[in-house]
Design a protein around this ligand. Structure first.
Ligand code: NAD
Length: 271
């Protein structure tokens, strides 16, 4: 992890407290780092090697001088999600910002798509956002301030073959975002979905061989002709770009942005 300098939003957001689900890796970790650099206290969550997670936690806290906690809550389990929110309140006093980011993927034709993968993807990529949002909104309404950021996907706006569960979950989270935005609009709360294109994280690295198998092509062809082909920039989106957007959505300058699905996908859905 490279250190990033404190951002200009830092003083405004200093002392805010955030939960970022699925932040032991990839996009969630990028957002957690950007939040810490902006002076926010962050609850990390996700799976991984406990020693490595503790190193990350201590590094973020030490580098940016903020409180960083960790919850091992499993986002497929509603009781774990409620416990994570309770732990965040115990660590920080309250929760200002919730980023629903945890997610998994499985790439396979629908006729052989394993039902248990469907259930897991809907639970982790969609239902967890419902459970976590449900647990924080009353407090945000009472405090008259809050930010809910759902990490959807370009696949929340358009489909690709062989990703039935993922595309369904991501379209679902865009709808959830709009509903939460309408319910909270008069309480100083915004709810937005960020819709990234391809980011070279472990989630994408894992689907390269799966996609090669599903389409009968090589892994090199998957990168060139499937992943980057979708994005007119022919560049992967970076976790730093997504972290900076998430920080912006937390600022006062973004207070009128709510109920949106913001594409960050190199022009993919403009086509
Ligand atoms: P990643 O695999 O690098 O990280 C996923 C994170 O979620 C990890 O911290 C992992 O431990 C955590 N996680 C997985 N299952 C969990 C569970 N049951 N409970 C708690 N945590 C769990 O993946 P990523 O690419 O950073 O993906 C993050 C989010 O961004 C996902 O929602 C994904 O759908 C979305 N997204 C990714 C891309 C991309 O190209 N990488 C594009 C669009 C959207």
């Amino acid at each position: 992890m490279q250190t990033i300098s404190a951002q200009s939003a830092g003083s405004e957001l200093s002392g805010r407290t955030a939960i970022v689900t699925g932040s032991t890796s990839g996009i969630g970790l990028g957002i957690a780092q950007a939040f810490a650099a902006a002076g926010m206290n962050v609850m990390l969550n996700g799976f991984g090697d406990p020693a490595e997670i503790e190193r990350t936690r201590a590094l973020l806290a030490g580098t940016y001088g903020v409180k960083v906690a960790y919850s091992a809550a499993d986002m497929s389990k509603p009781a774990d999600i409620a416990a994570m929110v309770t732990e965040a309140r115990a660590a920080f006093g309250h929760v200002d910002i919730l980023v629903n980011n945890a997610g998994i993927q499985h790439v396979e034709a629908i006729e052989t798509f394993p039902p248990e993968k469907w259930d897991a993807i809907i639970a982790i990529n969609l239902s967890s956002a419902f459970h976590a949002t449900r647990a924080v909104v009353a407090e945000m309404k009472a405090r008259k301030w809050g930010r809910i950021i759902n990490i959807a996907s370009a696949h929340g706006l358009v489909a690709s073959p062989f990703k039935s569960a993922y595309v369904a979950a991501k379209h679902g989270i865009v709808g959830l975002t709009k509903t939460v935005a309408l319910e909270t609009a008069e309480f100083g709360i915004t709810a937005n979905a960020i819709c990234p294109g391809y980011v070279l994280t472990p989630l994408v690295q894992k689907q390269i061989p799966e996609t090669a198998k599903a389409r009968g092509i090589t892994e090199e062809q998957v990168i060139r002709d499937v992943l980057l082909h979708a994005q007119p920039t022919r560049q992967f989106v970076t976790t730093e770009q997504l972290g900076a957007l998430a920080v912006f959505l937390c600022t006062g300058a973004a207070a009128s942005i709510t109920g949106t699905a913001l594409p960050v996908e190199g022009g993919w859905t403009a086509q």
